[in-house]
Design a protein around this ligand. Structure first.
Ligand code: SAH
Ligand code: SF4
Ligand code: F3S
Length: 474
């Protein structure tokens, strides 16, 4: 979760497509620039918006200055995430002044939450569209060309966008696939149930069809996405609702699919079959992002998380029993209203007990319309800062220890692109650590065993294993 501007997907950018170049008359006539903030679901949605606009002749360009249409796909999760949208709109405004025909669209969770406010603050915006409306984008573009004011689509439509979006044109080697959207859990601090709507699962046949198509297009890893991905309960096509464990087993039988991941999970939805899938399905990576938010039962109750700290500890024990090499990542919030020093200490204790390989931690940010925003006993800003710093120091130390412990080990890496330096390839370990190595570009799109030579705070350096014939001579 990075409420920051996402770089373009390297894997997709680096893909070498086979076949003849497009005929001159098939070349894109219109240029599209998409800026994405927020979670992976927004990244997935941005690619789907590109897919839905491709038949209208829109092809991506790197700079908004060169575009005929600019889409800002936004995040509302914390205050600074929302504010970035308005400062970006201010920065982009001269483009509209110079070329009034350029279409500006604001999508995502800020659009859903603050539709009219956006038009009031940035009247040059042509389209404001909530996350469930992207299949209607071609129609909105046509309406925007005719309309005097902005086109605003923030209703939750009866039809599912997934039934109306076209297939993805060029999937990444590690491809996202949204299987579940929305949330019914209403944690005290969180805007997602309001911006993404009620929990809904895509049916299993639709998910499997999209997965097969992604693999046929070159994907080797599929990352299943959902705001509560392990609450997925899709129809199996025969009128039976199935759970995520079953879906993962079905996906694992797709030839050519090497890795499966899922995110983001809720501790309350981790059922027995899903835990068993971690034991039984080799393609399911030994890595799980399982947000806990706090280690204090008092705060967990105030957050409406529906579980205790010990429930989380026991759950992790069961998961590690099923998959002993499982590495965990989490989300933590520092300074939820009512959090005391003792509660904060309980969070540090939980972090120490679990030992996370990676984590995201945030200062509590009051969000309009959520219960925590009006809760008593808000924590002072300076106190939130201190607690967050302590949490982050501990998490950084755990991540560094985890990475250093990999030194000397042979691990399988899925290579997804080139590295930062010439001659380097880059990919991910099964535990999601970024790995770079000097090696041939032919490794990209494959999974190979390599030796880790150095564990850095945020990544691993590797070297190729000796070839079998070298081993034979050794
Ligand atoms: N569905 C996931 C989380 C989605 S939001 C879950 O249930 O865990 C991603 C993360 O943003 C959350 O896990 C939380 O740590 C953080 N977050 C959400 N709202 C926040 C707020 N108001 N202030 C600070 N962090 C917040
Ligand atoms: Fe937000 Fe809680 Fe739903 Fe996660 S489970 S999306 S934190 S309301
Ligand atoms: Fe942000 Fe919406 Fe995702 S608020 S985190 S983009 S669900």
């Amino acid at each position: 979760m990075t409420p920051a501007r996402m770089p373009p997907d390297r894997a997709a950018a680096d893909r070498v497509t086979a076949g003849p170049p497009p005929a001159a008359d098939a070349r894109p006539k219109r240029r599209l620039h998409v800026i994405t903030w927020g979670c992976q679901m927004n990244v997935y949605d941005s690619t789907r918006m590109q897919d839905v606009l491709a038949p209208l002749g829109y092809a991506p360009v790197a700079r908004p200055e060169d575009a005929d249409m600019v889409i800002l796909n936004t995040c509302h999760i914390r205050e600074n995430a929302s504010e970035k949208v308005f400062s970006e709109l201010g920065r982009l405004r001269p483009i509209k002044q110079a070329r009034p025909d350029v279409i500006f669209a604001v999508a995502g969770c800020v659009a859903q939450a603050e539709g009219r406010e956006i038009v009031a603050r940035a009247p040059f915006v042509d389209i404001v569209m909530g996350p469930q409306t992207y299949h209607r984008l071609p129609e909105m573009v046509a309406r925007a060309a005719r309309a005097a004011g902005a086109v605003i689509e923030t209703e939750f439509p009866a039809e599912s966008k997934f039934d109306h979006l076209p297939d993805s044109a060029a999937p990444a080697i590690s491809a996202f696939l949204t299987i579940q959207e929305g949330c019914d859990k209403f944690c005290s601090f969180c805007v997602v149930p309001y911006t993404r709507g009620a929990e809904a699962s895509r049916p299993m046949p639709a998910v499997l069809a999209e997965a097969r198509q992604l693999v046929a297009g070159g994907a080797r890893e599929i990352v299943l996405l959902g705001q509560n991905v392990n609450a997925w309960h899709g129809d199996d096509g025969h009128g039976h609702a199935r759970g995520l464990g079953r879906l993962i087993r079905e996906l694992a039988s797709i030839p050519g699919l090497l890795r499966i991941r899922y995110t983001t999970s809720h501790p309350r939805d981790m059922d027995d079959d899903l835990i068993a899938a971690h034991r039984d399905v080799p393609a399911l990576v030994p890595f799980l992002h399982l947000p806990v938010q706090s280690g204090s039962d008092r705060v967990l109750a105030a957050m409406n998380r529906g579980h205790t700290a010990d429930h989380y500890r026991r759950l992790v024990e069961r998961l590690r029993g099923a998959r002993p090499d499982l590495a965990l990542s989490t989300d933590i919030i520092a300074g939820h209203p009512g959090e005391t020093e003792a509660d904060h200490r309980a969070t540090l204790a939980l972090i120490l007990d679990i030992g996370f390989a990676q984590a995201f931690s945030f200062k509590y940010s009051p969000r309009p319309g959520t219960p925590a925003a009006v809760a008593p006993a808000p924590v002072a800003e300076v106190e939130k800062d201190r607690r967050l710093a302590e949490i982050q120091a501990l998490l950084r130390q755990q991540q560094g220890d985890f990475n250093r412990a990999c030194t000397g080990k042979v691990v399988r890496v899925l290579f997804t692109g080139t590295g930062r330096h010439p001659g380097q390839v880059a990919g991910r370990s099964p535990w999601l650590q970024p790995v770079h190595m000097t090696g041939p570009a032919s490794l990209i799109g494959t999974e190979a065993a390599v030796r880790i030579v150095e564990g850095h705070p945020n990544s691993l350096a590797a070297e190729p294993l000796p070839q079998p014939e070298e081993l034979a001579c050794a």
